[in-house]
Design a protein. Structure first.
Length: 309
């Protein structure tokens, strides 16, 4: 009987142990399955996030490419529009190779250009007050820069230099005063007191503006006007000038390094002297090209001033 009882106890224990093991295995499997499900969910969330990030990157890249394309198209359209406007105004884009003086430059392809309608003090063959400052100013503004050239009427002067207006930027209206003030270098020279207006027909398109700007600069004692109401070189506002500040010139003389001209060498002088000795008896200091007594044959150094001492 004891033996049977013992056997029964052992059997119960074995069965109980087996049931506990099965229960433990079930729990472990459930825990592992839960972990797997969590891991799978996280992996799915990560994959979804990566896919979303890639889609966002693709969207941003597409928008960027679209914006760049639109900007390029806009830039090309603006460039084409500017080129068309420049063509309609007769503007030529050039690069300034070097600056000769305040009112003369040389293009990168070797063409010498004389600025129309203005005259800066001399700083090369002879020196006038404020000449070096004017030359340095032009150099700082134009040397190595791309600018637009515009012809008035004359192509060249008698020295073969191109006669041109220089624009920093293409104006939408080349007769608008505000654009002339802000975009034209010839006007900038006059407004800043580095040049006097110097008009030679037929190149008179902007002469009235230049005279107006010069009067503003003179009233403010800017630059060369600080040396007196006659400035420091020849120009339309000189009391001895045939222009008398009217914005046009009665002389057809062309320039050398100091004044601009239309290319004609005809002199409309009403006075004539046999030589400089005779002229100096009347005009001790000689005469400028705007004077009725000026004759090219008395201007040996071609500085547009005859018989100077």
């Amino acid at each position: 009987m004891k033996i049977i009882k013992t056997i029964l106890i052992i059997a119960v224990l074995l069965i109980s142990s087996s049931c506990s093991k099965d229960t433990s295995d079930s729990k472990t499997k459930a825990i592992n399955r839960e972990k797997q499900e969590v891991a799978a969910e996280k992996a799915k969330e990560k994959a979804d996030a990566e896919e979303k990030a890639k889609a966002e990157e693709a969207r941003i890249a597409e928008e960027k490419a679209s914006a760049e394309k639109a900007a390029q198209e806009k830039q090309e359209a603006a460039k084409q529009s500017q080129e068309e406007l420049a063509k309609s105004l007769g503007l030529e884009l050039i690069t300034v190779g070097r600056v000769v003086d305040g009112d003369t430059i040389v293009t990168s392809d070797g063409r010498k250009v004389r600025l129309v309608g203005v005259n800066t003090p001399e700083s090369t063959t002879r020196h006038e007050q404020y000449g070096k400052e004017a030359s340095n100013y032009t150099n700082s503004k134009l040397n190595g820069k791309q600018v637009w050239l515009q012809k008035d009427v004359s192509e060249t002067d008698r020295y073969g230099r191109l006669l041109r207006i220089v624009w920093f930027n293409v104006p939408s209206n080349d007769m608008d005063e505000n654009e002339i003030r802000t975009k034209m270098f010839n006007a900038d020279l006059v407004l800043s007191g580095y040049a006097e207006p110097s008009t030679y027909p037929p190149d008179v398109k902007y002469s009235d503006y230049f005279v107006k700007f010069a009067r503003e600069a003179r009233e403010a004692n800017k630059g060369l006007w600080a040396f007196g109401t006659q400035g420091t070189t020849k120009g339309d506002l000189d009391s001895s000038s045939g222009n008398n500040g009217a914005g046009t010139s009665t002389s057809g003389n062309t320039s050398n390094g100091s004044t601009s001209g239309s290319g004609s060498s005809t002199n409309s002088s009403s006075e004539s002297f046999q030589n400089c000795t005779e002229m100096r008896k009347v005009y001790p200091n000689g005469v400028p090209s705007t004077h009725p007594a000026y004759e090219a044959r008395h201007d040996r150094d071609k500085d547009n001033w005859a018989c100077e001492q």
